[in-house]
Design a protein around this ligand. Structure first.
Ligand code: GLN
Length: 202
Protein backbone atom coordinates (compact mmCIF):
# COMPACT_ATOMS: atom_id res chain seq x y z
CA UNK A 1 0.00 0.00 0.00
CA UNK A 2 1.09 3.53 -0.69
CA UNK A 3 1.19 5.60 2.47
CA UNK A 4 -0.46 8.93 1.84
CA UNK A 5 -0.57 11.69 4.45
CA UNK A 6 -3.18 14.42 4.41
CA UNK A 7 -2.14 17.70 6.01
CA UNK A 8 -4.85 17.92 8.63
CA UNK A 9 -4.89 21.41 10.10
CA UNK A 10 -7.78 22.88 8.19
CA UNK A 11 -9.92 22.36 5.10
CA UNK A 12 -11.53 19.38 3.43
CA UNK A 13 -9.31 16.75 5.01
CA UNK A 14 -12.06 14.17 5.38
CA UNK A 15 -13.07 14.31 1.72
CA UNK A 16 -9.51 13.61 0.56
CA UNK A 17 -9.09 10.77 3.04
CA UNK A 18 -12.26 9.17 1.77
CA UNK A 19 -11.21 9.30 -1.90
CA UNK A 20 -7.68 8.06 -1.17
CA UNK A 21 -8.93 5.15 0.94
CA UNK A 22 -11.43 4.26 -1.74
CA UNK A 23 -8.48 4.02 -4.13
CA UNK A 24 -6.67 1.63 -1.79
CA UNK A 25 -4.11 3.92 -0.21
CA UNK A 26 -3.10 3.73 3.43
CA UNK A 27 -4.06 7.20 4.61
CA UNK A 28 -3.02 9.09 7.73
CA UNK A 29 -3.45 12.61 9.04
CA UNK A 30 -0.31 14.70 9.24
CA UNK A 31 0.14 17.38 11.93
CA UNK A 32 3.56 16.54 13.37
CA UNK A 33 7.05 15.99 11.93
CA UNK A 34 7.08 12.26 12.80
CA UNK A 35 3.77 11.81 11.00
CA UNK A 36 5.21 13.55 7.96
CA UNK A 37 8.30 11.35 8.04
CA UNK A 38 6.29 8.16 7.74
CA UNK A 39 4.40 8.83 4.50
CA UNK A 40 5.30 8.33 0.83
CA UNK A 41 3.44 11.46 -0.23
CA UNK A 42 1.36 14.32 1.10
CA UNK A 43 -1.96 15.86 0.10
CA UNK A 44 -2.60 19.48 1.04
CA UNK A 45 -6.36 20.02 0.97
CA UNK A 46 -8.48 22.97 -0.02
CA UNK A 47 -9.66 25.34 2.65
CA UNK A 48 -8.30 28.73 3.54
CA UNK A 49 -4.61 29.14 2.85
CA UNK A 50 -3.98 31.99 5.30
CA UNK A 51 -5.47 29.98 8.17
CA UNK A 52 -3.64 26.85 7.11
CA UNK A 53 -0.38 28.81 7.00
CA UNK A 54 -0.93 30.12 10.53
CA UNK A 55 -1.58 26.64 11.90
CA UNK A 56 1.36 25.14 10.02
CA UNK A 57 3.66 27.66 11.68
CA UNK A 58 1.99 27.40 15.09
CA UNK A 59 2.60 23.64 15.05
CA UNK A 60 6.22 24.07 13.96
CA UNK A 61 5.57 22.38 10.65
CA UNK A 62 6.71 25.03 8.20
CA UNK A 63 10.35 23.99 8.11
CA UNK A 64 9.71 20.22 8.17
CA UNK A 65 7.30 20.63 5.26
CA UNK A 66 9.72 22.82 3.32
CA UNK A 67 12.50 20.29 3.92
CA UNK A 68 10.33 17.37 2.81
CA UNK A 69 9.32 19.17 -0.37
CA UNK A 70 12.90 20.12 -1.16
CA UNK A 71 14.11 16.52 -0.92
CA UNK A 72 11.41 15.35 -3.32
CA UNK A 73 8.36 14.28 -1.33
CA UNK A 74 5.46 14.03 -3.79
CA UNK A 75 2.81 16.59 -2.89
CA UNK A 76 -0.67 17.08 -4.30
CA UNK A 77 -2.27 20.42 -3.45
CA UNK A 78 -5.85 21.35 -4.27
CA UNK A 79 -6.99 24.96 -4.21
CA UNK A 80 -5.66 26.35 -0.90
CA UNK A 81 -3.16 23.47 -1.10
CA UNK A 82 -1.90 24.81 -4.42
CA UNK A 83 -1.53 28.24 -2.81
CA UNK A 84 0.52 26.67 0.00
CA UNK A 85 2.83 25.01 -2.53
CA UNK A 86 3.43 28.13 -4.61
CA UNK A 87 6.73 29.98 -4.40
CA UNK A 88 4.85 33.26 -4.54
CA UNK A 89 1.34 34.46 -3.68
CA UNK A 90 0.74 37.70 -5.56
CA UNK A 91 -2.04 38.84 -3.22
CA UNK A 92 -1.11 37.24 0.08
CA UNK A 93 -2.86 38.77 3.06
CA UNK A 94 -0.69 40.40 5.73
CA UNK A 95 2.02 38.07 7.00
CA UNK A 96 0.72 35.14 4.98
CA UNK A 97 3.50 32.81 3.87
CA UNK A 98 3.47 29.82 1.62
CA UNK A 99 5.64 26.74 1.88
CA UNK A 100 6.93 27.15 -1.65
CA UNK A 101 8.78 24.61 -3.77
CA UNK A 102 6.42 24.79 -6.73
CA UNK A 103 7.84 27.46 -9.01
CA UNK A 104 4.70 29.42 -9.75
CA UNK A 105 2.98 32.67 -8.83
CA UNK A 106 -0.63 32.23 -7.78
CA UNK A 107 -3.47 34.67 -7.29
CA UNK A 108 -6.02 33.84 -4.62
CA UNK A 109 -9.77 34.19 -5.14
CA UNK A 110 -9.02 34.91 -8.77
CA UNK A 111 -12.58 34.66 -10.03
CA UNK A 112 -14.05 37.47 -7.93
CA UNK A 113 -17.14 37.25 -5.77
CA UNK A 114 -19.71 37.12 -8.59
CA UNK A 115 -18.72 33.65 -9.72
CA UNK A 116 -16.83 32.46 -6.67
CA UNK A 117 -18.08 28.95 -7.28
CA UNK A 118 -18.60 27.09 -10.56
CA UNK A 119 -18.15 23.79 -12.30
CA UNK A 120 -16.71 23.10 -15.75
CA UNK A 121 -15.60 20.08 -17.74
CA UNK A 122 -11.88 20.44 -17.89
CA UNK A 123 -9.52 18.93 -20.42
CA UNK A 124 -6.54 17.35 -18.67
CA UNK A 125 -4.44 15.77 -21.41
CA UNK A 126 -1.70 13.66 -19.90
CA UNK A 127 -3.83 12.93 -16.86
CA UNK A 128 -6.91 11.45 -18.47
CA UNK A 129 -8.40 11.24 -21.96
CA UNK A 130 -11.92 12.36 -21.12
CA UNK A 131 -12.64 15.79 -19.57
CA UNK A 132 -12.85 15.98 -15.79
CA UNK A 133 -15.77 17.69 -14.03
CA UNK A 134 -13.97 20.36 -12.01
CA UNK A 135 -15.47 22.23 -9.08
CA UNK A 136 -13.95 25.65 -8.42
CA UNK A 137 -14.59 27.29 -5.03
CA UNK A 138 -13.02 30.74 -4.51
CA UNK A 139 -10.24 29.28 -6.57
CA UNK A 140 -6.76 30.54 -7.28
CA UNK A 141 -5.17 30.68 -10.72
CA UNK A 142 -1.56 30.28 -11.69
CA UNK A 143 -0.28 33.55 -13.14
CA UNK A 144 3.31 32.61 -13.87
CA UNK A 145 5.05 29.30 -14.33
CA UNK A 146 8.76 29.05 -13.70
CA UNK A 147 11.39 26.60 -14.74
CA UNK A 148 10.50 22.94 -14.76
CA UNK A 149 6.78 23.56 -14.41
CA UNK A 150 4.45 21.88 -16.88
CA UNK A 151 0.96 23.24 -17.45
CA UNK A 152 -1.52 20.38 -17.24
CA UNK A 153 -4.77 22.21 -17.70
CA UNK A 154 -6.17 25.57 -18.71
CA UNK A 155 -9.64 27.01 -18.83
CA UNK A 156 -11.07 27.88 -22.26
CA UNK A 157 -9.80 31.44 -21.80
CA UNK A 158 -6.26 30.23 -21.20
CA UNK A 159 -6.07 30.68 -17.45
CA UNK A 160 -3.88 28.02 -15.89
CA UNK A 161 -5.58 25.79 -13.32
CA UNK A 162 -3.32 22.73 -13.05
CA UNK A 163 0.45 22.38 -13.03
CA UNK A 164 3.08 19.76 -12.37
CA UNK A 165 6.73 20.05 -11.46
CA UNK A 166 8.43 16.74 -10.89
CA UNK A 167 6.38 15.04 -8.21
CA UNK A 168 4.56 18.21 -7.23
CA UNK A 169 1.00 18.49 -8.52
CA UNK A 170 -1.06 21.60 -7.93
CA UNK A 171 -4.60 22.22 -9.10
CA UNK A 172 -7.06 25.08 -8.56
CA UNK A 173 -10.17 22.97 -8.15
CA UNK A 174 -11.62 20.31 -5.85
CA UNK A 175 -11.61 16.78 -7.27
CA UNK A 176 -12.40 15.42 -3.81
CA UNK A 177 -15.92 16.84 -3.73
CA UNK A 178 -17.66 15.42 -6.78
CA UNK A 179 -16.91 11.72 -6.84
CA UNK A 180 -14.56 11.80 -9.83
CA UNK A 181 -11.37 10.14 -8.66
CA UNK A 182 -9.19 10.37 -11.78
CA UNK A 183 -6.89 13.15 -10.60
CA UNK A 184 -6.26 11.33 -7.33
CA UNK A 185 -5.58 8.14 -9.30
CA UNK A 186 -3.11 10.02 -11.44
CA UNK A 187 -1.32 11.31 -8.34
CA UNK A 188 -1.17 7.84 -6.78
CA UNK A 189 0.42 6.62 -10.02
CA UNK A 190 3.06 9.31 -9.68
CA UNK A 191 3.64 8.38 -6.03
CA UNK A 192 4.10 4.72 -7.00
CA UNK A 193 6.69 5.81 -9.54
CA UNK A 194 8.54 7.90 -6.95
CA UNK A 195 8.63 4.98 -4.52
CA UNK A 196 10.18 2.76 -7.19
CA UNK A 197 12.69 5.47 -8.05
CA UNK A 198 13.62 5.93 -4.41
CA UNK A 199 14.21 2.20 -3.91
CA UNK A 200 16.37 2.09 -7.03
CA UNK A 201 18.55 4.90 -5.71
CA UNK A 202 19.26 3.28 -2.33
N1 GLN B 1 -9.66 31.18 -1.36
C1 GLN B 1 -9.05 30.19 -0.54
C2 GLN B 1 -7.65 30.60 -0.11
O1 GLN B 1 -7.20 31.64 -0.42
C3 GLN B 1 -8.96 28.88 -1.26
C4 GLN B 1 -10.34 28.33 -1.46
C5 GLN B 1 -10.41 26.85 -1.47
O2 GLN B 1 -9.48 26.13 -1.09
N2 GLN B 1 -11.55 26.36 -1.87
O3 GLN B 1 -7.01 29.85 0.54
Amino acid sequence: HLRIGVLAFQGDVREHIQVLEELGAQVSKVRRPDELASVDALVIPGGESSVMDKLVRLFGMQQPLRDAISVGLPVFGTCAGLIMMADHIVDAIAEQESLGGLHVDVRRNAFGTQIDSFEVDLEMPGVTAEPVPATFIRAPIVERVGEGVRVISQLADGRIVAVEQGYLLGISFHPEVNGDTRVHEYFLGRVAQSVVEKKASI
